[in-house]
Design a protein around this ligand. Structure first.
Ligand code: AMP
Ligand code: MG
Length: 518
């Protein structure tokens, strides 16, 4: 792999140099071929069973990699922690993928760093596998996300209340720069570093801003606007598929707009705006239906960090004679305008997305009402989210499914059909076919349901604790996970085994809990 390290060139305030901790017996459990190919990893390396576990446990460093732990702060459940940073991850560097896009390659669970505080720097096997499975599922569903290249078991036993096998997961992301990275420098009043970080982000993630002819102030505001747009796109996609991130702290909010940190995530079964599965989210701050508002709050925290940069532009402008206070108020007003625009943009994207889920291309007052009414029926009756939208799609060509829905959704169903018919009269098209195609593209037929994920992880843990050869363990893990992954990688078109994973949990996930992935 050909590494470069543009982040390192930002200077040593941005990270601490730290090497992965050596592990006794690394074994490669999962390898993401498709991702490896897109990262242009040579076939020679991909087939080297000796070297892969060495590299992707951190025992051996690639030539050109400069292992670092990133510095960042973060609001965790609303409370600011000025000193977080990678406590159990090592960024090896960046590689260019086949689309010439720069990607971070990071090991997670690879041992203590200067930011570890009281943590052991390790990751248990099940959360590592969980991140691999969930991120692969989200990627296939069309949700922006970081991805996993490899999972390697380390041969170490780590303490998580119970003894657990350790693992290292290799995460690939457009970058690991977070809202919390900006907060780290803003909290320290380090305007120069904020400037470097902003420029790095614009170059890397916002080429339209980079290439536009803008004043310094316009550039900062354009960056904020685009960062906000990326968050809206992300959250709308989470909502579309029923994903609950579970820990939307600002240190887990990637500026590039990818899903980052799969610790306590879960999929929603029965539609419930208040759905929460994370054991530490006591007050439901990160509940399914709160995610849009929380992303706005997180973007307001990013905006806070940009204020000193806006003031700095003013200070540099010799013809600005307004007082410091006036300048502060003016800067605040500008970022507030963008933060306030969030709600309107989000609502627009929300209805555009849900309208498609019910087979209608154009948003109108009537289609919004249909969406609101459907969600409120689903909420009050606790209907399964994925199954209901899938049934709706099928019902357009299957009268048995239509009958089920006529009972479940009562008059809503006929109102919806009439709305589809009305659209077709206006457009003279085959309305059922068109609507069904649109719905099939927007409603997954299968998602990584929590109960299936847990069974698979438990089976993997059992398989790895026995003393088989590395090859046997790898084969067993791939047998256990392989079928599930093949289904999850085709979420809109059934494959042979899809039906094995479409069932809803017997207990409606009533007792299901997730934990921050330690
Ligand atoms: P997370 O909940 O995964 O977003 O982690 C929040 C912070 O805690 C980050 O700075 C992590 O690096 C750190 N952290 C989480 N688990 C560990 C661990 N086992 N050892 C050291 N640091 C950790
Ligand atoms: Mg995190």
């Amino acid at each position: 792999m050909k590494f470069s390290n543009t982040y390192v060139s930002l200077g040593d305030k941005f990270f601490q140099r730290s090497l992965p901790q050596e592990v006794p017996s690394p074994k490669l459990l999962l390898w993401n071929n498709e991702l490896a190919n897109s990262l242009l990893i040579s076939e020679k390396l991909q087939n080297d069973e000796e070297l892969l576990p060495q590299y992707f446990s951190g025992n051996k460093l690639f030539d050109g990699a400069e292992s670092i732990a990133l510095a960042y702060s973060g609001h965790q459940f609303g409370h600011f922690n000025p000193q977080l940073g990678d406590g159990r991850a090592h960024l090896l560097g960046e590689v260019l993928n086949k689309h010439n896009t720069r990607c971070d390659i990071q090991l997670k669970g690879s041992g203590k760093t200067p930011f570890s505080r009281r943590g052991d720097g390790k990751c248990a096997l099940a959360p590592a596998l969980r991140e691999y499975i969930m991120s692969e599922a989200l990627f296939a569903l069309g949700v922006p996300t970081s991805r996993c290249l490899a999972v390697v078991s380390t041969g170490e036993t780590i303490n998580r209340g119970l003894p657990k096998l350790g693992a290292v997961v290799t995460r690939v992301a457009a970058s690991h720069i977070r809202v919390g990275t900006f907060q780290y420098f803003a909290a320290r009043g380090d305007v120069d570093s904020l400037k470097s970080l902003l420029n790095h982000c614009i170059e890397r993630h916002f080429p339209e801003v980079s290439s536009a002819q803008l004043s310094a102030e316009q550039r900062i505001l354009a960056f904020l606007e685009q960062a906000i747009d990326k968050q809206i796109t992300l959250i709308i996609q989470w909502l579309r598929v029923g994903f609950i991130h579970g820990v939307m702290n600002t240190d887990n909010t990637a500026i590039c707009g990818e899903t980052l940190d799969y610790g306590p995530c879960a999929m929603m079964g029965n539609y419930d705006e208040k759905a929460v599965f994370s054991s530490i989210d006591e007050y439901g701050r990160y509940a399914f239906g709160n995610q849009g508002q929380i992303a706005q709050w997180n973007m307001a925290r990013l905006a806070d960090c940009l204020l000193p940069l806006l003031l700095d532009c003013r200070a540099e402008s010799s013809d600005d004679i307004s007082s410091k206070k006036e300048q502060e108020q003016s800067a605040l007003a500008k970022v507030e305008t963008l933060i306030h625009q969030y709600k309107g943009k989000f609502d627009e994207a929300y209805y555009a997305m849900y309208t498609k889920k019910i087979g209608i291309e154009e948003v109108s007052a009537a289609s919004k009402l249909l969406v609101d009414d459907l969600l409120s029926i689903m909420q009050s009756q606790g209907l399964d989210y994925t199954k209901t939208f899938h049934l709706l799609t099928q019902s357009l060509s299957n009268s048995d499914k239509a009958k089920i829905l006529q009972t479940e959704l009562a008059s809503w169903y006929d109102t919806w059909l009439s709305a589809l018919k009305k659209i077709s009269i206006n457009s003279h098209q085959n309305y059922l076919n068109n609507a069904q195609n649109l719905m099939a593209d927007n409603n997954p037929i299968v998602i990584p349901r929590n109960h299936h994920v847990e069974v698979i992880l438990a089976r993997c843990e059992d398989a790895v604790t026995d003393n088989s050869s590395p090859q046997m363990i790898k084969d067993t893990i791939n047998n256990i996970v392989g079928e599930f992954l093949s289904v999850l990688r085709s979420p809109y078109h059934g494959v042979n085994a899809t039906k094995n994973y479409q069932d809803t949990p017997e207990d409606d996930d009533k007792y299901y809990q997730t934990f921050c992935g330690t």
